[in-house]
Design a protein around this ligand. Sequence first.
Ligand code: NAD
Length: 276
Amino acid sequence: MIDSSLKFKGQTIIVTGSSSGIGQACAIYFGGLGANVVVNYHNDEDGASESLKKIKAGGGDGITVQADVSKEADVISMFEQTIKKFGRLDVMVSNAGLQVDSPFLEMTTKQWQKVIDVNLTGQFICIREAAKQFVKQSPREESDSKIDTGPAIGKIVMMSSVHDVIPWAGHVNYAASKGGVSMMMKSVSQELAPYKIRVNSISPGAIKTAINKSVWSKQETLEELMTLIPYRRIGTAEDVAKAVAWLASDESDYVNGETLYIDGGMTLYPEFADNG
Ligand code: NAD
């Protein structure tokens, strides 16, 4: 169900990694709210086309753009294609991410670097380019006053994870990347707030997507997962998309530098529910 009180008609939104999972759900949700959505994909062109088809069916518009978010030239080209097609950018959803799991003692530098490159450096490049575009299209007027009650000139939503606060053995590269996203988000938010750019992040818990299929595809492991989720269900990509849309909308105008946990209570230390 789309929350039509959120207004995105005619706005341009880039969603990285939106050929599948959470990114795809976000892209389709924004499409249903009338946005122009740039569907970024890495390899999965069919998934991106599927997203675009559903965006258009929901009343939005969009394009698909191939880009590896960890490659600066690809990201710059994605922005050029976006501006050429739609003329401006209003929202950046920096969602693309991956896991390359390994016990710490066996983790190679290559496995470490791959995750840092995509999950951390990729988000850095994408949100820097978005911020540059926001400032370019809405240059600030010189003023002696420190007070500025004007609207946000752009919004950035970064995809983090509950593992920006929950340590995760066997996934040290991933947890380090998301911990990095959390501090990057806060620092960038502090720096860009005077430009009237809002920067926030979403930290999903267990959401049913390809990234964790090995856990939810078997009844036994799914039930085991429930011991970590007080709300007793796995999340859906749409649960996350709705929160992303709210954070990217003017309904959350005074929310800045925050992390919104969409996790059914996973960060509530459920092991302590029975007195620890
Ligand atoms: P997913 O695998 O369906 O989506 C990840 C997307 O990122 C894919 O479309 C993939 O092609 C894309 N991607 C990977 N490397 C890329 C690159 N170099 N350049 C561009 N795109 C690239 O899984 P998902 O669960 O939808 O993950 C989306 C985001 O949510 C990730 O950042 C992930 O860390 C985060 N997250 C997911 C969960 C969960 O439980 N599913 C929990 C917390 C955080």
